[in-house]
Design a protein around this ligand. Structure first.
Ligand SMILES: Nc1ncnc2c1ncn2[C@@H]1O[C@H](COP(=O)(O)OP(=O)(O)O)[C@@H](O)[C@H]1O
Ligand SMILES: [Mg+2]
Length: 248
């Protein structure tokens, strides 16, 4: 079994004292895996990964990254510790050019590394090089997500954590985003992905967890989970909507 990169044990977190939103959730992400966190709307998926990233106060449990306890680490130290978080929205600077968006994401790199690393991102995401002088706000929805992911990857994170990268995108861009993530995993990057788009996420994932009411209710091999009765039950009300998303 390959080594554990992210180990989250019995995490409890919330926005107000005495109102836990994440209520004892545990997951493990191993090196090179794509791990998917699914769950109904309001299950606490965003709160869970934001807590891991230091953005929601943690009241119990632990988060280990590469064997190091990062439970109490402030959000601004996460990139240096090796955790790159791509929020669902506001994950780029719309008024800055594509290139400046990449440049300002290089904060922890040595200055001499930066130009080469930007070129590596352009090689990995050719759409971005064609638009390097374009204001990021003028990119298509799919290209914006590409830029957000490139900004996260540019510092060589140990784990890339994404909150619903396909949300709000048209079906064409949804497939583009999932293909991009599958490609990134192939290059050796470890990924933790929260998604509403269960079918498409399970298609590229290795393992998945289902979060319900702030707790991991179910875990399985991604390719098997779509047909799992527990998942079918949890998603029964949402399945038609998922198909409408175009990924079915
Ligand atoms: N900033 C916030 N302040 C207070 N409560 C919040 C905040 N963000 C989310 N919540 C609450 O946390 C619960 C889980 O929300 P969320 O983590 O966004 O779920 P999901 O991502 O699974 O849809 C919801 O009841 C929501 O109202
Ligand atoms: Mg969410």
């Amino acid at each position: 079994m390959s080594e554990t990169v992210l180990d989250v044990r019995d995490l409890e977190a919330g926005y107000e004292p005495g109102v836990p939103i994440v209520r004892g959730a545990s997951i493990t992400v191993r090196k090179g895996e794509i791990v998917v966190v699914l769950g109904p709307n309001g299950a606490g998926k965003s709160s869970f990964i934001k807590a891991i990233a230091g953005l929601v106060p943690i009241t119990g449990g632990t988060v280990f990254l590469d064997g190091r306890d990062i439970t109490a680490a402030p959000a601004h130290t996460m990139v240096r510790l090796g955790l790159a978080f791509v929020p669902q929205t506001e994950n780029i600077f719309p008024l800055m050019s594509v290139e400046d968006n990449l440049r300002v994401a290089c904060g922890i790199l040595e200055r001499r590394e930066i130009p080469g690393r930007i070129e590596e991102m352009y090689a990995a995401f050719p759409d971005l090089v064609r638009q390097r002088r374009t204001a990021a706000g003028n990119l298509s929805g799919g290209q914006r997500q590409m830029l957000a992911v490139a900004r996260a990857l540019i510092v060589h994170p140990k784990v890339l954590v994404l909150d619903e990268p396909s949300a709000g995108l048209s079906p064409k861009f949804v497939s583009m985003v999932f293909e991009m993530l599958a490609g990134i995993r192939k290059s050796g990057v470890t990924i933790l992905l929260v998604e509403q788009n269960a079918k498409a996420a399970l298609a590229i994932g290795d393992r998945a967890y289902v979060l319900v009411e702030g707790k991991d209710r179910h875990e399985g091999i991604a390719s098997e989970l779509w047909n799992d009765p527990v998942v079918a039950e949890l998603y029964l009300g949402q399945r038609p909507q998922l198909h409408k998303g175009g990924a079915a």
